[in-house]
Design a binder for this molecule. Structure first.
Ligand code: ATP
Length: 214
């Protein structure tokens, strides 16, 4: 499905709050590939995903998205971050129906997506009643209701039990098998087959504007 797509990240640098977070980050991602992003707390893993999602602007370097025609990078990706963007008063099913309408390019139905994450029994419960792990699974089910070739996942195993981590691994491999691309931050092994890996190191020197820190 994603044939011909290519994400190229060249010498990316980022500053936040006047501080240089990281620099010199480069990688490419092709259909079927997964990138695992590791690094210490505060190294800038979530920041890198936010840059890719178009939520932050780089202080240097380039993000190139090729092969998608008129569609910009933000239009071609799903981003699942620490904030799940689910509406607590709506049911899991309603949240997913809303996401499908909003995102377009429908794939699985809300019910099928909930089945895929083992939550069909919770379809009619307000998301505010769900446990942290169940709520996170609803956020992951959103990946399945609208097709987007690139999945950006910030610590996707967080709050998941062992069985759900395995379900997630299968969903990720299935997405790759269909030509999808994944970039995921993690502190725990994702057990993906032959992932690319990048370790983000906090920049050694403060930016000129920042002065000393830490
Ligand atoms: N909105 C913000 N404004 C200024 N600095 C920020 C902001 N958000 C994050 N930072 C800083 O950017 C740095 C990188 O944060 P980030 O969340 O990307 O790290 P991380 O590698 O994902 O960490 P963790 O493993 O703890 O999730 C941290 O020093 C953090 O304090």
């Amino acid at each position: 499905m994603g044939q011909g797509l290519r994400l190229s990240v060249n010498n990316l640098a980022c500053e936040r709050g006047g501080r240089r977070i990281f620099e010199g980050v480069s990688f490419t991602l092709l259909p079927g590939e997964a990138l695992v992003i590791t690094g210490r707390n505060g190294a800038g893993k979530s920041t890198l995903l936010e840059l890719l999602a178009g939520r932050l602007h780089p202080a240097g370097g380039k993000v190139l998205w090729e092969g998608a025609g008129e569609r910009s990078l933000p239009e071609c990706l799903h981003y699942v971050g620490h904030r799940d963007a689910l509406k607590s008063a709506l049911t899991a099913q309603e949240n997913l129906d809303f996401a499908q309408d909003f995102l377009g390019n429908p794939a699985l139905s809300a019910r099928e997506a909930l089945e895929a994450v083992g939550l069909v029994h919770a379809a009619r419960l307000p998301v505010g009643y769900l446990s942290a792990g169940q709520r996170h699974r609803v956020a992951l089910a959103r990946l399945l209701v609208a097709y987007r070739p690139l999945w950006l996942l910030d610590e996707p195993t967080s709050a998941l039990d062992v069985a759900s981590q395995e379900t997630l691994r299968e969903l990720l491999e299935d997405h790759r098998a269909k030509g999808g691309m994944i970039a995921a931050t993690t502190h725990a092994p994702l057990f993906l087959s032959e992932p690319k890996e990048i370790r983000i190191e906090r920049s050694a020197a403060p930016s000129a504007a920042a002065g000393e820190w830490q």
